[in-house]
Design a protein around this ligand. Structure first.
Ligand code: ATP
Ligand code: ATP
Ligand code: MG
Ligand code: MG
Lengths: 457, 457
């Protein structure tokens, strides 16, 4: 007879670690650095300080690598450290604000991979603004998805922040170049960060700080009505049982005033005075259908987002790449299934290294560089839709395209955060953005051509 | 201050349903059919009966679709029905035997999507060989990942099997062709199945049964030593605390006899008489490294796998495609990270519909057709590595390549089961397989060319 049982989220991601970016030794080192650096940058931005991150990679014997990431961020409150690193689907980023982190998995995946490939526990040193320093050594009980604290002591630190050290089996030599590229790309979309990379204790690269301008701080915004599936409506109604469905709509959602609420309720054939708890599933379903199909909403509120911004993005691209022409564009805020988003882009051109008639594409999502799995990505699809030969002087200049998606939810294809799914609204905005940037490139190429010709005469 | 909390697996896949194949209305209908049909086929094969599956798709008003899948399989034991459909990470397929299902997510994802887009609960009618029939109406409490049973009654059925009906918001017109193709491809790798597709109650297609030959029944095999990471070793040792490490190796793993165990322990610098509970983490780590790096193991035991097989595969391809040349090949059993696998392929050619110099590729994993996300797939990569112009007479004939991966674990890129990650061992075997099949195609094309010429003279 069949044996039925349930597995914990940690057991699921242990068995399917391929999906989370921990499928092989090279990718595991890269993913460990990525997950820790992204946590550090989220924490630095929450602290309001200019981020300073130190990444230490040390080659140990027999294909073992130790990865240490230190930051000057908020630190982790004492009582949450063990679960932050020893429990899957746990974290502080589950609200609707743009952040790099979103799943509650990353740090714990790195701990899990380190624990199944080496005998070392993870070491976390942390201090918040309101506490002294703490040092922890942690493991994860995979079957039960709970942390195992090996040691927990106080520690003297020189200020708030977090330092995490994880030992993993990995191929540092192979992962090294990708890690450097990842850190360099990180400063493109996080130009106010300074990142120091040390390999085997030798300073290999100092990247950034390209600007001291802090990015805007995203604030939690009300959900957009287009996100209202039956589950979300059920939860909002449960929190406002006594209220009328009209006031639930106006108070819970953004872009819904009295007038719009009246129209929506007429559309759903619902009496606006009906109280929350009296709505049947069938009525909630009609309300969800009305919200999803209504196309009269104003643009979504972009205050939950934090794009890079024109000045910072142009500055960082010019600081990292040898470019002479550089142009910025931005679309949105729009929404996909009720998730507000903005797409920004920089198109730059510089002297050509090798002949290429398609621009080099660099993709970013919520300030995370996406370096793998480009073929199925929505931005790659958009890049290929454009006939670049119309806009570029072939072969004369190398063209770079940087595209950054900011959203309260990124439609990643897998938990390893490398590729964005083909969402029509995102694809449409990105296409308009890139076409606009391509036209500017074409205009500048013609002007350059004119100037070139006038000089040659 | 940051607010920390944990989310349930259902909440995680609710927020990130893109990753599980439920990202848009067309894909949702396709994925619902796929998840239910795969469950049905697993159950039929467990029952030992020839599978007969009926798929009913009904267009309801306003973009709503009802999906009903009925099978003559084992049925679901009474006390496990609610969790099978109302709890993520729950199921009966967590052992190391080849099956279509592996995550414990599929059916529950379909229930979740139906529940957040329509007011209907899922209906499950089921009967096992040892019970009467039961009828359930279920929902899932997403925040807590537990089922909500709306109704539970006895039901008269004409024998064991299961019928599931889910209502979802979806675009049936758009999904219809893909669903038909999916079912047709299903019969290629499950040729002993008969599938009836009805759309709006009209019989649209009857597919299969191409053979009455049952596939081999996979049995649970011992883990392969190359799968021994520290977590697996820790669990095996915990179950055998009193035993010597030598007998733990010999009894727990396949392909490890006394002689091999002695060599491995020497390699790990461990005394073979040491008892399980006395091993330190450091010693377990040395043992894992020795097992992972040892290259003297015999071929893995393939009894946990159930390939399609030469006769069945050739029969099914010829039954579905208009082909005149058809050749079969198979590699393995080999292992990837200790997971046994076999790669089978059929290369066929028939009259050409349109000019194409690259064969049309059909991918399968554990008898599941993979119709989406081909660009990043390991088999697509291998297909492109071969210079087909060397083997095919260009344009004269349409060439089809069917590749099927059987394994105790499929390295899917995401939970939506559409694309296989680039695992070196799988890539290497698939390349050898396809080269062999391509050579046979070349040979047959030359023979045909000779015959053609001799006729023309
Ligand atoms: N360097 C750090 N500074 C401050 N807080 C941190 C740091 N690293 C981890 N955390 C805390 O630990 C939690 C869990 O981190 P983890 O990476 O597992 O998940 P996440 O960042 O929330 O989401 P994701 O899986 O998308 O990365 C975070 O939400 C954050 O609150
Ligand atoms: N038609 C069916 N006949 C018999 N058992 C079934 C059927 N459908 C579902 N089940 C049972 O319900 C369990 C859960 O199904 P579900 O699809 O969610 O997960 P799974 O098939 O185990 O894995 P996966 O997520 O990879 O599909 C199965 O393991 C199986 O035991
Ligand atoms: Mg994180
Ligand atoms: Mg299933």
């Amino acid at each position: 007879a069949a044996v039925f049982n349930s597995i914990s989220p940690a057991e699921f991601f242990y068995r399917n670690r391929h999906m989370a970016g921990f499928g092989n030794a090279t990718l595991a080192v890269y993913s460990t650095v990525r997950e820790l650096v992204e946590n550090s940058l989220d924490a630095c931005e929450d602290s309001g300080r200019l981020p300073f991150i130190i990444v230490d990679l040390v080659d140990e014997s027999h294909d073992f690598v130790s990865v240490t990431v230190a930051d000057n961020g908020t630190g982790i409150p004492y009582q949450h450290v063990s679960e932050s690193f020893g429990k899957m689907l746990f974290g502080s980023k589950y609200d609707t604000r743009q952040k790099r982190g979103t799943f509650g998995l990353g740090a714990t995946m790195a701990v899990l991979y380190g624990q199944i490939t080496t005998e070392h526990a993870v070491e976390v040193h942390t201090q918040t603004g309101t506490s002294g320093g703490h040092a922890y050594r942690l493991l994860i009980d995979i079957e039960h998805n709970v942390p195992i604290v090996e040691s927990d002591s106080t520690l003297d630190r020189d200020g708030p922040g977090t330092t995490v050290t994880i030992h993993i089996k990995g191929d540092l030599k192979r992962a090294q170049d990708r890690i450097l590229e990842y850190l360099r790309m990180t400063t493109i979309v996080t130009p106010h960060a300074k990142v120091l990379l040390r390999i085997n204790r030798i300073a290999t690269a100092t990247l950034g700080r390209w600007t001291e301008q802090l990015p805007s701080v995203p604030v939690v915004s009300k959900p957009h009505p287009r996100a209202a599936d039956l589950e979300m409506l059920k939860r909002l109604i449960a929190e406002n049982k006594q209220k009328s469905v009209r006031s639930i709509l106006v108070e819970s959602f953004q872009q819904v005033g009295d007038h719009t609420a009246a129209r929506l309720l007429r559309h759903a054939a619902l009496d606006s005075r009906k109280v929350g708890w009296s709505l049947s599933r069938e009525e909630i379903s009609r309300l969800s259908a009305a919200l999803k199909s209504f196309d009269g909403f104003a643009r979504p509120d972009g205050s939950c987002l934090s794009p890079v911004g024109r000045d910072s993005f142009l500055t960082s691209v010019k600081s990292v790449f040898p470019v002479s022409f550089c142009s910025y564009g931005r679309r949105g805020p729009s929404e996909w299934e009720g998730n507000p988003f903005v797409v920004e882009g920089v198109l730059a051109s510089g002297d050509s290294v090798d002949e290429s008639d398609v621009p080099v594409l660099y993709r970013f999502a919520n300030k995370v560089p996406l370096l793998y799995d480009a073929s199925d990505d929505v931005f790659m699809k958009v890049l290929k839709k454009i006939d670049w030969s119309k806009y570029c002087v072939r072969g004369a200049r190398q063209v770079y395209v940087f595209v950054h998606l900011s959203s309260t939810r990124i439609p990643y294809r897998a938990a390893g955060k490398q590729s964005i799914a083909l969402v029509p609204e995102i694809e449409a905005e990105a296409l308009t953005l890139l076409r606009g940037l391509a036209r500017e490139l074409g205009k500048s190429a013609r002007e350059l051509g004119h100037r070139g010709r006038s000089v040659k005469k």
